[in-house]
Design a protein around this ligand. Structure first.
Ligand code: CXF
Ligand code: ZN
Length: 362
């Protein structure tokens, strides 16, 4: 099968590899679609310090084609969306209803049993987040898969596996945005646009989108932003305050992973408001906060991993919202690619061209 593989920093390409069958607790998935996410690029450029050589891809949907020993609840032919964090249901974090932090799945690039299913001759390859789903097929832990309705197009379903879940979840689960509130979103890539959609779903009355690219701001308006600011030629923090009675938005979100933008988002937030950091930054970067003002301003700064999702219920819920016309996934897919075109999809993402580029398979 073909797969997009990174072997060295800043190097990636499509390779022909082989796949072993599923072991106990695993499913074989014929991939239907895989979204291209900035975290794939972060693996390529080393921002995410995962091992190499690695099959990329962690935002996917497909069809179950083979079932490993002991797996209950799935049949061949089931359509599934894949979670990039498996949830065992039986660890401390699963018990306290925070399955996004499930402890069985600390990603090493190998499967849960510590071995690999993807081979190039004798060589074992790693896979991103137990999935490596930028490939025609993938072996995944059954505890990473969620059954979905067969009518949902694969390229829409895939998006809830990472970007859309992360963005909408950050609004609903992490920040708890309330009806009538004001929101600012710093960074309007796939996650930022999903935050904007989440804010619209939550009933926010003012949704301010900030980006450096006018094409992204235009997309932001389409997804529900009521105001847009180009941070390259406007004072974004000052303008956010101006648009919210001088106080600042009740909720601000950072969706890029850049320290200066995290600081700007928090500076925009009103006294007593909440800043949610959704962007995944570099391990070597730190963000200072003022020791006096954090107390005086009474702001809450929250980290957010995977939109604090309980994916087994949240992902079908998002797809129900899509079916009901309330969540716009159609315009999120701005370009589709074949697996052979996957390197171009990465380049187009770097160029900021897409809301989301999606690889679709035959
Ligand atoms: C990332 C978070 C770090 C692991 C890979 C996925 N989130 C979204 O892309
Ligand atoms: Zn992602």
């Amino acid at each position: 099968m073909k797969a997009l593989i990174t072997r060295d920093v800043d190097q990636y390409g499509v390779e022909e590899v082989t796949l072993d069958g599923p072991k106990a607790g695993e499913l074989r998935i014929k991939m239907g679609a895989t979204g291209v996410c900035h975290s794939d690029l972060s693996v390529i450029n080393g921002t995410l310090p995962l091992g190499k050589p690695m099959v990329l891809g962690h935002e996917g949907a497909g069809v179950v084609s083979e079932i490993g020993e002991g797996v209950l609840g799935f049949e061949v032919g089931d359509h599934v969306v894949l979670s990039f964090a498996p949830a065992c249901g039986d660890c401390h974090f699963c018990h306290i209803h925070e399955p996004q932090f499930c402890t069985v799945g600390m990603p090493t690039g190998l499967m849960l049993d510590g071995t690999s299913r993807v081979k190039k001759g004798e060589e074992n390859l790693l896979v991103m987040q137990f999935l490596g789903c930028m490939a025609e097929e993938s072996i995944v832990p059954a505890i990473s898969a969620v059954k979905i309705d067969k009518e949902i197009p694969m390229e829409k379903a895939a998006l809830v596996g990472c970007g859309v879940m992360t963005g909408v979840g950050a609004v609903i689960n992490t920040a708890g945005v309330t009806p009538g509130s004001s929101v600012s979103v710093f960074g309007c890539g796939g996650v930022g646009l999903s935050i904007i959609q989440g804010a619209r779903l939550a009933g926010a009355s003012t949704i301010i989108a900030v980006d450096l690219a006018d094409n992204k701001l235009e997309m932001a308006r389409n997804f529900g932003a009521t105001h847009t600011i180009n941070g390259g030629n406007e004072d974004a923090v000052g303008k956010c305050k101006e648009l919210t009675g001088g106080h600042g938005p009740d909720y601000s979100f950072e969706a890029v992973g850049v320290p200066d933008l995290m600081i700007a988002a928090n500076n925009a937030t009103r006294r007593g408001g909440t800043t949610t950091i959704v962007g995944v930054g570099k391990l070597t970067d730190s963000v200072p906060f003022n020791a006096l003002m954090l107390s005086m301003d009474g702001k809450t700064i929250k980290g957010c991993f995977y939109g604090d999702t309980n994916f087994r219920s949240d992902m079908p819920m998002l797809l129900d919202l899509y079916r009901g016309g309330k969540l716009n996934l159609d315009d999120m897919v701005s370009q589709t690619y074949t697996i052979d075109e996957a390197p171009q999809a990465i380049k187009d993402m770097e160029a900021g061209q897409n809301a989301r580029g999606v690889i679709v398979y035959e």
